[in-house]
Design a protein around this ligand. Structure first.
Ligand code: ASP
Length: 355
């Protein structure tokens, strides 16, 4: 395998033990030449992700008495991680960085989670960190400067050994920190993969891959091992949350396959998204809060995107309010309060009964 870019989400960076798993994964495959990290996320001991804690620091910026407590909570989180990894404590640096950041801007404040996460991991592994501010370039109007980003990233391809890159942020022409959309480290990973002309983009998280339906609602949901970019894009738009929808274009356009993997089960295959996979796989994605603008009352509608070109003909109490089939995709809508039941029902009708 040539070059692999591996992005690890907040569950994988949430604590020292998980960061040690990432280290083992990198050492196991020299092709993993770039590691993109999110800020520490939620785990059994921490009900809040660091980015949300930083958002609170920003909200409290004008209330110094309470700001100190909020900043300390973030610093303590990084202290715990450093202690668990046995690396020098960065909590003083974290405190300083966050106090400085809240005097600058919200994006700067939010970006400190990824920055510190990458810094600590670089210290633990001894691998070099490249600040995302030097790689991900924004225009003055806040849009991504794709040309400059590509140029910046090209250099990474020729560096020897893995480098660590913080996800989620970059900088404008004036050096001012800007952020991608929330959960945007997926986008950083895809941009880095495209810029490095990688052979594979790995997206590691705490889920096994793409499932036939949300497994929290449908216990019989199954893993989908292969899917094409076109269908993945449609499912993302319909509400599948495994990947940020905006991360699909950079890799699909560069012809780079994306593999969804579970950091805690590195031996399982996960899901491979590849433009060469043309087959449409049965899958149901929905959002409890979605609506069709031409249907009233809009707020009461749940939309399910189903990858098949078939108008559903289901009668009885679970009959949908409507169905639209076009472009190999069917959108079925139910009253919003029926979301969970409708998801289970559609899975039974369209997937389980086809076996
Ligand atoms: N930490 C950022 C967020 O929570 C970005 C990310 O996790 O991808 O939105």
């Amino acid at each position: 395998m040539g070059i692999i870019v591996s992005k690890f989400g907040g569950s994988s960076t949430a604590n020292a033990e998980n960061l040690k798993c990432i280290d083992r994964l990198i050492r196991a495959a020299p092709s993993r030449r770039c590691v993109v990290l999110s800020a520490p996320g939620i785990d059994a001991k921490h009900p809040e992700k660091v980015t949300a804690m930083l958002e609170r620091c920003w909200d409290l910026r004008k209330a110094p008495a309470t700001l100190d407590g909020a900043v300390s909570a973030v610093a303590e989180r990084f202290r715990d991680i450093c202690d668990g990894l046995g690396v020098p404590d960065v909590s003083q640096q974290a405190r300083r960085q966050i106090h400085d950041a809240v005097a600058i801007s919200l994006p700067h404040t939010l970006s400190r989670g990824e920055y510190l996460s990458a810094l600590v991991f670089a210290r633990y592994t001894g691998l070099p960190m490249v600040d995302a501010a030097e790689l991900i370039a924004f225009n003055a109007d806040g849009t991504l400067d794709e040309r400059r980003t590509r140029l910046n990233l090209k250099g990474l391809r020729h560096r020897e050994g893995p480098v660590i890159v913080p996800g989620f942020y970059g900088a404008g022409p004036d050096g001012v920190i800007r952020v991608l959309p929330r959960n945007g480290s997926d986008i950083t990973g895809a941009l880095v993969a495209a810029g490095m002309d990688a052979d594979l983009y790995e997206n590691w998280s705490d889920v096994p891959g793409l499932m036939t339906a949300d497994p929290a609602l449908v216990p019989n949901a199954r893993l989908i091992p292969h899917i094409g970019y076109r269908q993945m894009r449609a499912l993302s738009r319909a509400g599948a949350r495994v990947l940020h929808p905006a991360c699909l274009d950079p890799v699909a356009m560069a012809g780079i396959p994306t593999r969804l993997r579970n950091t805690m089960c590195p031996d399982s295959f996960g899901t491979l998204i590849d433009e060469r996979c043309e087959r449409t796989v049965p899958c149901i994605a929905g959002r409890p809060d979605a609506y069709l603008p031409d249907i009233r009352p809009a707020a009461l509608i749940t939309v399910f995107g189903i990858a098949c070109d078939r108008v559903l003909d289901v009668a009885g109490p679970m009959a949908p309010l409507g169905t639209i089939a076009k472009n190999e995709q069917t959108v079925v809508y139910f009253a919003q309060e029926r979301y969970a039941d409708a998801m289970k029902h559609l899975h039974r009708v369209l997937i389980e009964n086809q076996d």
